[in-house]
Design a binder for this molecule. Structure first.
Ligand code: DGY
Length: 320
């Protein structure tokens, strides 16, 4: 039986061309929007592999694909895949770490700075024709340089953010399930602290911890209540890590200076209450969205899928 791969959404044509060199049948959903679960179930049929740029692969989708052997996520996060259902069938799942680390850290930095310095709010002010004259107290924000950064989740992206902090002379605190090696801590000049202490001391908190049932609403009313009134919170991980109702309340009451959100619990849907607030910067999940990085992610996901299906050069059987 030949292999068949379903590509659930548009990816770089070069990556598709590579896939086609190794896989006889490639079925591409040409649209740029997610297939529904019902559509996936209908289409997944005899696929042996899936290339998945963000779509939800539920247990029902897995069950509808009796020949499925591998699922390649075009993302570092894989909370969109039902890993339990895949494990039960011995289906391999892969992701795309490393290639997006710096791009995502850059976006985290941009979002933190935009939030602290009220960049989007200031632009709206100008575009709305409200700028009449220079004023000493116009749109005053919070400094980033020489402040204390608190990083929740110190994996690859967290560490890349810590490296950037050195250029801003920041004091770096982090909280992670496990502490980094002392040598790594030293090289990043980062100090491990308990979660509550981080929220109490940080001027800018950046959330980069992966989503799992254990990290759902890791940051809620209790943590937000510990933050300084001048502090900001930036989430580039997954929306579900932060209790958005609690965050909305804190922002409405101006109990922290602001928040920057690139991710939302029910995205692309999100709590519309955020739209009424000028102290939150809202982005449509663009953490890894540079042209070069999205290309590398698709390319790596294809390599992963080819290897997982055992079709690579070692298997010695390109289709054409
Ligand atoms: C990732 O790779 O997990 C990014 O958030 C894009 O989904």
């Amino acid at each position: 039986m030949t292999d068949k791969v379903l590509v659930t959404r548009r990816v770089a044509p070069e990556a598709l061309a590579k896939l086609r060199r190794f896989v006889e049948q490639v079925d591409v959903h040409e649209g740029n929007t997610a297939l529904s679960e019902a559509e996936l179930i209908e289409r997944v049929g005899d696929a042996t592999g899936l290339l998945v740029p963000g779509d939800v692969i539920s247990a029902a989708v897995v069950a509808a694909a009796p020949r499925l052997r591998a699922v390649a996520a075009v993302s570092v996060g894989y909370n969109n895949l039902d890993i339990g259902a895949m494990n039960a069938r011995g289906i391999l799942a892969t992701n795309t770490p490393d290639v997006l680390t710096d791009t995502t850290a850059d976006l985290g930095w941009a979002l933190m700075m935009a939030t602290a310095r009220r960049v989007t709010e200031a632009e709206h002010y100008l575009r709305a024709g409200r700028w009449r004259e220079w004023q000493a107290d116009l749109l005053l924000g919070q400094d980033v340089h020489h402040s204390t950064l608190g990083i929740i989740g110190m994996g690859r992206i967290g560490q890349a953010i810590a490296r950037r902090a050195r250029g801003f002379d920041m004091n770096v605190l982090y909280h992670n399930r496990s502490r980094l090696d002392e040598a790594v801590e030293r090289s990043l000049a980062a100090e491990w602290v308990a979660k509550d202490e981080l929220f109490r001391r940080a001027d800018h908190v950046v959330v980069v911890v992966p989503y799992s049932p254990a990290t759902r609403h890791l940051i809620g009313t209790a943590e937000l209540a510990l933050m300084k009134p001048t502090a900001t919170l930036t989430n580039i991980a997954r929306g579900g890590v932060v209790d958005e109702e609690a965050l909305l309340a804190v922002l409405r009451d101006r109990r922290i200076a602001g928040a920057g959100l690139d991710v939302f619990e029910g995205e692309p849907d999100f709590r519309k209450g955020f739209l009424d607030l000028d102290n939150v910067v809202l982005l449509p999940h663009i953490g890894s969205a540079s042209a070069a990085t999205r290309f590398k992610m698709a390319d790596l996901a294809v390599d992963n899928l080819i290897a997982a299906l055992n079709l690579g050069p070692h298997a010695g059987r390109p289709a054409h």
